[in-house]
Design a protein around this ligand. Structure first.
Ligand code: FAD
Ligand code: MG
Length: 349
């Protein structure tokens, strides 16, 4: 079995073109030596926060403390997290959670409804069954998949008064892996802004927030990196300020068997990894929680349904790159998006 598990390596990664995010770049009015940054491993991924208009390291410490707090409350891998408490009491009793957990759960349920279950916060039994990225990863049998599918249903996630949460069936498992990093990025941004930072980049393993603008006040130049392993460059560039960019794909956690890629984004209709011709999808939004939930859902939905959904949503944009070398962008990006890879055919609905 050929196995690949990438942590902190993102084939679609946002590079902040000529903003000094690259270690050797000192152009475009950003002097790298003026940046103060902190990195670490949190939320199961490599986190980097860079400030361009402040050298106060205390602010970065506050951001990291908050990220740790979010992990402690929302991780499925931490025994006493609110999410684990909900899971441990599934089918038994409701559990009171912190305000932030309740907020994320409300959003998760809202996106499950908007996407008709393409975003599925109770996907846990299937994630556990496949074990993608863990030492137990395997192709399950069809009866096993059917059993787990029967335990997946966001309608049975009950959000009650006073922050009480209940999973109706005993075998249900809540998994916020597809949305909590987005919330964490929003919280990191809030703390930076509250402390007077107006030019910063937050990168939570491919979940990126470009806070404010470049220190000179001009927009960041957001480049979407090519998801194709054989090509290094970015596929296109956009000027943007104060924007979240979240990418999902089948390239982050997967194993391959018989030339098929088994990856970590599961289709709750079939119980299998969502198979389609998408090489990567990136979502632009004001709040990263929206972009995170949507990037997962838009991957599952595929290009056609995904674009149709995005056109109905306010302030959300999407860039799909397909394995047959096409790049689809939502109509609002038409004026902004500069194609940089001539091997790709740009398609605007
Ligand atoms: P996304 O597309 O945003 O999300 C995919 C993830 O969402 C999957 O990994 C799965 O967890 C879930 N998912 C799958 N299908 C769906 C679906 N249809 N709808 C909704 N959700 C779905 N990783 C570790 O290895 N160890 C850790 O200890 C660990 N702790 C974490 C703690 C927290 C609070 C969070 C948020 C993440 C943690 N992670 C950990 C990382 C996590 O397991 C995922 O790899 C990561 O969140 C996936 O993000 P992504 O951006 O790659 O993909
Ligand atoms: Mg996501």
């Amino acid at each position: 079995m050929k196995k690949r598990f990438l942590i902190g390596i993102f084939m679609i990664l946002l590079v902040f073109n000529v903003t000094g995010c690259g270690a050797n770049q000192q152009n475009d009015n950003v002097n790298v030596e003026d940046t103060v940054s902190k990195d670490g491993f949190l939320l199961g991924t490599y986190v980097v926060v860079k400030m361009y208009d402040s050298d106060n390291e205390e602010i970065l410490n506050k951001v990291f403390d908050r990220l740790k707090e979010i992990e402690d409350r929302m991780s499925i891998n931490i025994d006493k997290s609110d999410v684990s408490e909900i899971n441990n009491n599934a089918g038994i009793k409701s559990v009171r959670v912190h305000d932030d957990v309740y907020f994320v759960l409300r959003k998760a349920k809202e996106y499950a409804e908007i996407t008709d279950g393409a975003f599925e916060p109770t996907i846990g039994p299937l994630v556990k069954l496949w074990g993608i990225g863990s030492k137990d990863e395997k192709i399950p049998t069809q009866p096993e998949i059917n059993d787990s599918l029967a335990q997946v249903d966001y309608n049975k996630l009950k959000l009650l008064d006073d922050n009480m949460v209940f999973l109706e069936d005993e075998q249900m498992i809540l998994d916020l892996g597809g949305i909590a990093k987005g919330y964490a990025a929003d919280e990191a941004k809030r703390i930076l802004l509250e402390n007077g930072v107006n030019s910063a980049i937050i990168d939570l393993g491919g979940n990126v927030y470009a806070v404010g603008s470049k220190p000179d006040g001009s927009p960041w130049r957001i480049a979407i990196q090519s998801p194709f392993e054989t090509r290094g460059n970015h596929v296109g560039v956009m000027p943007e300020s104060d924007i979240s960019i979240v990418s999902s794909g089948d390239y982050e956690r997967y194993f391959e068997e018989n030339n098929k890629r088994y990856h970590h984004i599961i289709d709750s209709n079939t119980g299998y990894p969502a198979w389609n011709n998408i090489a990567g999808v990136s979502v632009l939004s004001k709040d990263s929680i929206d972009g995170d939930a949507l990037s997962t859902a838009l991957f599952v939905l595929g290009v056609e349904k995904g674009l149709r959904l995005v056109e109905k949503l306010e302030d959300i944009d999407v860039i799909y790159i397909t394995k047959d070398n096409k790049i689809y962008i939502s109509s609002q990006l038409k004026e902004k998006f500069e194609l940089a890879d001539e091997e790709l055919e740009l398609i605007i609905p």
